[in-house]
Design a protein around this ligand. Structure first.
Ligand code: ASP
Ligand code: MG
Length: 421
């Protein structure tokens, strides 16, 4: 069994769907295909959720209509008429029913998030599965909410690999299909409440599926040639890294490289399953591979920009020493609001944290305040990481006038700066 993962960009229109069908048709062995929501659907669903949660029902329904139109256009382009596969129609209806009738205050925001945003993947896989069938690729559509058992940490759930294996393995063994199509990004708690595992989490879904099914490899199909040492949309002269170790890949992903989700590597490393990164625009290209015993250490500098950051500075009102006395307390509060910390720096009385932007920022600050901390912040920041920096890169990124905070080790430079307009 091999696992293929196709992200939103690969299925953003009808040609994308046709293209992945053609890639899948070339594979002769058994295949488990993980697919993300189409194009920018997850963002669109997040907006819809915000309207719904703010009780702007009319606006939410308009946003739903836009999402439906987007998918219907793809359907029409695929089949040349207004075809609506039964499963897709059902998902539209379920979404509409939630928005038209449910009361937002019945559940916390994160629980609604998972219930609503997971439809992006449900709809996309229903379309892909249907298209594959009509393109002579018989396949089995899998509802990952019934296979991936996760924690109840909504919007950022963890997959329980052993419990999920007990559900996914028998299903795959029983159906003996050649091709399976399942959603990235989603799962459910043991009692069946839908969950999501964090933005861009489909890579992890693919890795977890590979782990559970003892896949011979996992391939992530992207719109770039393979793993590059920087985002080609941001930097000129990027280079391809043909081979990389699991360890280098984890470091890279953790610093915010868009190429793979940070959680992805661990399950693969545990079973030494190679991870290929290949280009869906040109499947003939060899791409990159992450594996055990990679030939050489990655020796070209790697540049990563993590957007949507907030620089938070916390000080104890009584001037107690931050690091020794109050660290655990602060991190407990951060965890309560599910804040992701990307960089830490402390002085005697101040703690600077670079965190992902969060809708709970005001509540977080209020809570810190109630516990005797004074917190200030700068929003619209970005975190730049340069691994294996050269003198020239140090000059370029370490000397800019707009730096708010900088950290440097022998190998890595990290800079927080205001996002360029
Ligand atoms: N559709 C989700 C997102 O855009 C998950 C993923 O693409 O991996 O974040
Ligand atoms: Mg996506």
């Amino acid at each position: 069994m091999k696992v293929y993962k196709f992200g939103g960009a690969s299925v953003k229109d009808a040609n994308g769907v046709r293209n992945i069908a053609s890639i899948i048709s070339r594979e002769e062995g058994r295949l488990f295909v993980i697919v993300s929501a189409m194009g920018k659907t997850t963002n669109a669903l997040e907006h819809l959720l915000d309207s719904f949660y703010d009780e702007q029902r009319g606006e939410a329904l308009t946003r739903l209509q836009e999402i439906v139109d987007f998918h219907n256009n793809i359907l029409a382009a695929l089949w040349g008429h207004q075809a609506l596969p039964e499963r897709v129609a059902r998902f539209y209806m379920e979404l509409e029913e939630i928005i038209a009738t449910a009361k937002p205050d019945m559940r916390p925001y994160e629980v609604w998030y998972d219930r609503i945003v997971s439809y992006g993947e449900l709809i996309s896989t229903a379309i892909v599965s249907e298209y594959l069938a009509t393109a002579d690729i018989p396949n089995c559509w899998i509802d990952m909410r019934e296979c991936f058992v996760t924690s109840a940490r909504h919007k950022d759930a963890n997959v329980d690999l052993e419990k999920s294996a007990a559900r996914l393995r028998p299903l795959v063994d029983k159906s003996q299909s050649g091709v399976y199509v399942g959603q990235g990004f989603i799962g459910a708690t043991e009692d069946g409440t839908p969950t999501t595992i964090g933005r861009e989490g489909s890579d992890y879904s693919a890795a977890a599926t590979g782990y559970i099914l003892d896949a011979e490899s996992v391939t992530i199909w992207k719109d770039v040639r393979g793993i590059l040492n920087g985002d080609p949309k941001i930097f000129d002269d990027v280079e391809l890294i043909p081979e990389m170790s699991y360890l280098d890949a984890i470091e890279l992903a953790y610093s915010g490289a868009q190429i793979i989700h940070p959680k992805t590597i661990k399950p693969l490393q545990n079973k030494e399953i190679p991870l290929y990164v290949r280009c869906f625009l040109d499947p003939a290209l060899p791409g990159s591979v992450i594996k055990a015993n990679a030939a050489r250490r990655c020796d070209i500098p790697i540049l990563i920009v993590k957007p949507a950051q907030v620089l938070l500075t916390i000080r104890a009102r009584d001037f107690s020493f931050i690091l020794e006395e109050r660290f655990t307390e602060i991190f407990g509060i951060l965890d309560e609001f599910m804040v992701k910390v990307n960089l830490i720096q402390s002085s005697a009385v101040d703690l600077d944290l670079c965190i992902n932007r969060t809708r709970h920022l005001d509540e977080l600050i209020a809570k810190l305040d109630a516990q005797g901390f004074f917190a200030r912040y700068n929003s619209d920041m970005e975190l730049i990481t340069v691994r294996g920096y050269t003198h020239a890169l140090l000059e370029k990124f370490g000397n800019a006038p707009d730096i708010y905070l900088m950290q440097r080790t022998r190998r890595t430079l990290q800079v927080i700066r205001k996002k360029e307009e």
